[in-house]
Design a protein around this ligand. Structure first.
Ligand SMILES: [Zn+2]
Length: 558
């Protein structure tokens, strides 16, 4: 607005209220339009503009009333406001307030009637725009949502009619209903893809327009206490809500992309219980080897695999069985994923210098019997951990390696001395997670001949090593489909495919001699170890998962 060019504007303060009350609305609007033109600012008729109550949150009702100012559209940090008198002190004050919060404000002129009307809408909608956290959402409205999201594809439609807060609630509940562990929001050129990670696999669930995504993303940032006016650097935050009486924490990470910020929301349930080995999917000889591990009183137990292979879940299950009133269990985690009774859990904070290494040194002074170390990342930590395992502690940890057997040479390569490693190591578990085939919709197909051949070959080699390990080649194998019960994925829940390497005296000697993976695996197999792939094939044969799943996860190398 350039006032010098408008030398003779129609004054605003001309008792305009009384004047306008006496003329009809149409006349009022055209007068306002003229005034706007003379001031060279855009005009808006609010009676023709749908007002989203979410925008009301941008300006508090009191400020809106005193400043006669209505926010009617928001596009990321740009907010369009309607005002009755841009020169009124309260209006200027309200606009200043928006500038200070990092908004770009585009002022529109509106009639007195427009502003009055919008203010009364504001009032009526109070219950929607009043700050509301999901903890306060009544069970009934959650029930309604539950029915509404039976079909996830209808979410975008629903989002068009909800406030942004309700919109995020709706998505959170959809995540809970489908058992999703993460939601990924990925803005593209034309729209935003929303993908759910269910049982470890990403599914595109729906797409939303940029307009709706703008609302949802600002609600995510608001809820997780991120800086609203910053969208060009990565940010982290978290928020919580309650679903079915369980507190759910959501860890949010935002990164800038050319089409807007991309969010990944991870859902962490405080109610996660440690699962039994059977529930995790350990069977047969591997199950009994794991049960034996829970009885040890010293030595190192490592769970290995890539990120997302369920390593910490297995560790939690071990801890849950090993803890007792007679022993002291301390953990060092990053972060603490869920809480276990009778266990002292400590969360590392790299920024504050509380690392796995410094933490491990400290907790060793706390007289622990069992230590769980979230991850071994470097040589000094590996060294200290092995030292602890050699001096009468049980040390449980994880390592990023492809297979159980590969772990030993890997530690040697890191710089661990074999004379330390050999006596300290007790058991190495290599694992992956496969999805369980949905029991409601899966069918059986007769085993294709090439698959039969693979099974036969596998069984021959197993028989040659140890006849008790062989299993029958299945005549039929499961095939996944999809139904309501499994959110149309064909799968429901997950289980491990694993290999358990117990360090025998023979293997200890091999380590001391600096033997490679092949020598170690040969002896391990003679002693009854089966590989992840063999474990997977066995689980397909007994109908727990599909061959596609086993191939998918056992082909991952890190
Ligand atoms: Zn199903």
């Amino acid at each position: 607005m350039n006032q010098e060019e408008n030398t003779n504007p129609i004054p605003f303060k001309q008792d305009s209220k009384t004047y306008q009350k006496n003329i009809n609305r149409e006349f009022q609007e055209s007068a306002t339009l003229k005034r706007a033109q003379s001031f060279d600012i855009p005009y808006i008729n609010l009676s023709k503009t749908p007002l989203n109550p979410d925008f009301f949150k941008i300006i508090e009702l009191e400020t809106a009333r005193s400043g006669r100012i209505i926010p009617f559209l928001k596009q990321s940090q740009k907010v369009l406001v309607a005002v009755e008198d841009p020169q009124h002190q309260n209006t200027i004050h309200a606009i200043d307030g928006l500038h200070k919060r990092g908004f770009e404000v585009i002022v529109h002129l509106a009639s007195t009637a427009s502003i009055d009307e919008a203010l009364s809408t504001y009032d009526r909608q109070k219950k929607y725009y009043a700050p509301k956290i999901i903890e306060q959402v009544e069970t009934e409205s959650i029930k309604t949502y539950e029915n509404e999201i039976k079909d996830l594809k209808s979410i975008p439609e629903k989002l068009a009619t909800t406030t942004q807060e309700e919109g995020l609630n709706l998505i959170d509940i959809a995540a809970m209903k489908t058992g999703a562990s993460d939601i990924h929001y990925e803005p593209q050129e034309k729209d935003t893809i929303v993908r759910f990670r269910i049982d470890g696999v990403l599914h595109e669930v729906f797409r939303i327009s940029h307009k709706i995504y703008g609302l949802i993303s600002s609600q995510i940032k608001y809820s997780s206490k991120m800086k609203l006016n910053i969208n060009n650097v990565p940010q982290d935050g978290r928020y919580t809500f309650v679903f079915n009486k369980i507190k759910i924490a959501v860890r949010v990470s935002a990164i800038p992309t050319p089409y807007g910020e991309s969010f990944v929301c991870r859902y962490l349930s405080s109610d996660r219980k440690a699962l039994t080995f059977e529930e995790l999917g350990f069977i047969g000889l591997q199950l009994s080897k794991l049960q034996a591990v829970t009885k040890i009183s010293r030595g190192m137990v490592l769970v290995t695999g890539p990120t997302g292979s369920g390593k910490s879940t297995t560790l939690y299950s071990l801890l849950n069985i090993m803890k007792s009133t007679e022993n002291k269990v301390i953990t060092l985690e990053d972060p603490v994923e869920y809480y276990i009774d009778q266990v002292t859990q400590s969360q590392i904070d790299e920024n504050d210098g509380y690392t796995f290494l410094s933490g491990l040194r400290s907790i060793l002074r706390q007289d622990p019997d069992i230590i769980m170390l979230g991850e071994i990342r470097d040589l000094p930590t590996a060294d200290t951990a092995l030292q602890a395992a050699l001096t009468g502690h049980v040390l449980l940890s994880t390592l990023h390696t492809n297979s159980a057997v590969e772990t030993l040479p890997r530690l040697i390569n890191m710089g661990i001395k074999s004379f330390m490693l050999a006596p300290a190591m007790h058991t190495v578990i290599g694992q992956r997670l496969v999805r369980k085939v949905c029991q409601f919709c899966s069918t059986k197909i007769s085993t294709p001949s090439e698959v039969k051949e693979e099974y036969d070959k596998m069984n021959q080699s197993l028989k040659a090593i140890n006849p008790t390990l062989a299993f029958e080649t299945p005549a039929e194998i499961p095939q996944a489909h999809g139904c309501e019960k499994c959110s149309h994925t064909g799968y429901s829940g997950r289980l491990v495919v694993a290999e358990v390497l117990v360090i025998s005296e023979k293997i200890r000697r091999l380590i001391m001699e600096g033997a490679g993976s092949i020598d170690i695996i040969t002896v391990a197999r003679q002693e009854g170890m089966t590989t992840m792939r063999e474990d997977g094939y066995r689980k397909v044969a007994i109908g727990m998962t599909t061959l596609e799943e086993v191939h998918r996860v056992t082909n991952i190398t890190i």
